[in-house]
Design a binder for this molecule. Structure first.
Ligand SMILES: *Cc1c(COP(=O)(O)O)cnc(C)c1O
Length: 523
């Protein structure tokens, strides 16, 4: 009796073929849509500007799991007021801090399908069509990067893809050089002599991966960069020679195609030559710059990427996909054998004999989302020409922005000809006799960013270049126009000018980051 009642009630909670279930699903989605649209309806700035302690106080005392539930509409509207309202609006042109993109509408529709179907990519019997679609999209990606016989797998993003690149590289090197099976035997006895080379501008996940792989951060040897923040090949050669002469084992070079701060692209062909000569793995971290492959005008800048052994590419950056969505690609599909483990309950051996794909063997995840669908739907809807135009447009905006900064005497451009979308610069206060110039400049630039975020007017990033605090605009949004950028730069200069007149006092305003009134005075 009790069971029958629960079964009937469950129609309201789980999507199925009953009219009750379909009705609740439609209402739930409709309400969610309304809450989202209400949030967008009055989106005049990228952040509400509510300071951290006031926001935190809104979360205190919330009953997470009451004895009895409430109706979904109330719960959704409450989440809209509490969470959506105080989220950063990635769609806003003044949200320009990180590689954090506005998601394409087709991919949002696809997300609804992905979660409704809830396929899991770890076995064929949990995701038949999804498995084949992921493989098909991966083959397309391999063609895009000229990896003819390659293979790959969708990942949660660049962190996981970079980890996988170095995992395969480590296992491959240990196998071919030491006859050692890391999967079975753990790290080789001389594991602490294994080294990874990457430029000092490489992503921090290279070090993180080395640490996770049991090699330690010491395994990562940073190579100097040239004036354009790409790897200095002479320093690389010097480091390689030094390693050889001291008996170390360089086993991987990580090239970056699109560094986080400057979008710099390392010389891929030259690194490919070095890797081949030295018999070591080349991993290209193209998390950011990989999207250039979609651009008619800029794809040539990835020439040489096909010489890599593995590639990281992220779709939740310049492919405009909702988080998370990335891929890891290998040139030689047998590379995955070095991480293959077998779980009988997921992929019985006889399935493999029948030619049934086994994606879990290529991944470090087990249960895994069907993210390939959203990329597939976006690519088919927009087409290559439109993707190319969007990317070109954002690169153009970044170039013009750098030009605008360069010609402004209160601003200094750090990369006057940006490689991708990132524009790094700083506000230059007038000289004062009473304070060290760099200290003052750093303080004012830091405060500019904090004030902009606290007021919600703009979300911009801060970075450090040779000890100098700099501001950064990452202009990924194809909807951003030059007049939007103009407005942001004007605000930066206004805030900078006000901070200059306040001298030392403003330090105390920042210390009281909890209170808006201090900022209100400044604005
Ligand atoms: C974003 C990024 C990463 C990290 O990727 P996630 O998707 O955030 O895990 C790694 N490398 C580069 C160059 C990146 O831009």
């Amino acid at each position: 009796m009790i069971q029958t009642k629960l079964t009937a009630e469950s129609d309201a909670w789980f999507l199925n073929d009953s009219p009750v279930s379909q009705h609740s699903y439609r209402r739930a989605m409709q309400t969610a849509l309304e809450v989202i649209q209400a949030q967008f309806a009055n989106l005049d700035k990228p952040y509400s500007g509510v300071p951290v302690n006031r926001l935190a106080s809104l979360f205190r005392g919330i009953e997470i799991c009451p004895e009895e539930g409430s109706d979904l509409e109330t719960v959704l509207r409450h989440a809209g007021d509490l969470v959506l309202r105080h989220s950063v609006a990635v769609h806003h042109p003044a949200c320009a801090a990180h590689l954090h993109c506005p998601p394409l509408t087709p991919s949002l529709a696809a997300e609804a399908m992905i979660s409704a179907m809830n396929q899991s990519m770890d076995s064929w019997d949990q995701s038949p069509a999804a498995t084949l679609l992921e493989e098909t999209v991966i083959r397309w990606l391999c063609r895009l990067f000229h990896f003819g016989e390659g293979d790959g797998v969708f990942t949660s993003g660049g962190t996981q893809s970079n980890f996988m690149g170095l995992l395969l590289a480590r296992n491959h090197y240990a196998h071919t050089r030491f006859g050692w099976n890391v999967q079975k035997e753990g790290l080789p006895p001389n594991g602490n002599q294994m080294r990874i080379l990457c430029s000092e501008a490489a992503h921090f996940t290279v070090e993180q991966s080395a640490a996770l792989l049991g090699l330690g951060k010491q395994a990562v040897v940073p190579v100097k960069t040239d004036g354009d923040y790409t790897i200095d090949l002479r320093d690389l050669d010097r480091q390689l020679r030094h390693m050889r002469s001291t008996g170390l084992h360089p086993f991987a070079i990580v090239a970056t195609a699109g560094t986080t701060d400057f979008g710099s692209i390392d010389p891929l062909s030259e690194l490919g030559d070095r890797a081949r000569q030295e018999g070591i793995w080349l991993h290209v971290d193209a998390a950011y710059g990989g999207a250039l492959a979609m651009s008619q005008n800029h794809s040539h800048r990835l020439d040489g990427i096909e010489t890599a052994d593995s590639i990281t590419v992220d779709f939740h950056k310049l492919f405009y996909q909702p988080i998370s969505c990335g891929a890891f690609l290998v040139r030689d599909s047998s590379s995955f054998d070095r991480i293959k483990l077998h779980a009988d309950y997921l992929n019985p051996e006889e399935d493999e004999d029948l030619g049934i794909p086994n994606l879990v063997a290529k991944s470090i995840q087990t249960t895994r989302r069907f993210d390939a669908l959203k990329l597939f739907i976006s690519l088919r809807t927009l087409g290559k020409v439109h993707f190319s135009r969007m990317i070109d447009h954002t690169l153009e905006i970044a170039r013009e922005t750098a030009g605008m900064i360069d010609s402004d005497e209160k601003l200094e451009s750090i990369n006057p000809t940006p490689s991708l979308n990132a524009v790094v610069f700083r506000y230059i206060p007038d000289r004062t006799p009473d304070e060290d110039r760099l200290t003052r400049q750093n303080r004012i630039n830091r405060e500019i960013r904090q004030i902009m975020l606290s007021s919600g007017q703009a979300v911009i990033a801060q970075t450090k270049v040779e000890g100098a605090v700099c501001l950064k605009l990452t202009l990924l949004n194809p909807r951003t126009s030059l007049s939007d950028v103009h407005r942001i730069l004007d605000e930066i200069k206004q805030i900078g000018a006000q901070l200059e007149t306040q001298r030392g006092e403003c330090e105390s305003h920042v210390k009281h980051a909890g209170s808006t009134s201090h900022y209100a005075k400044l604005l």
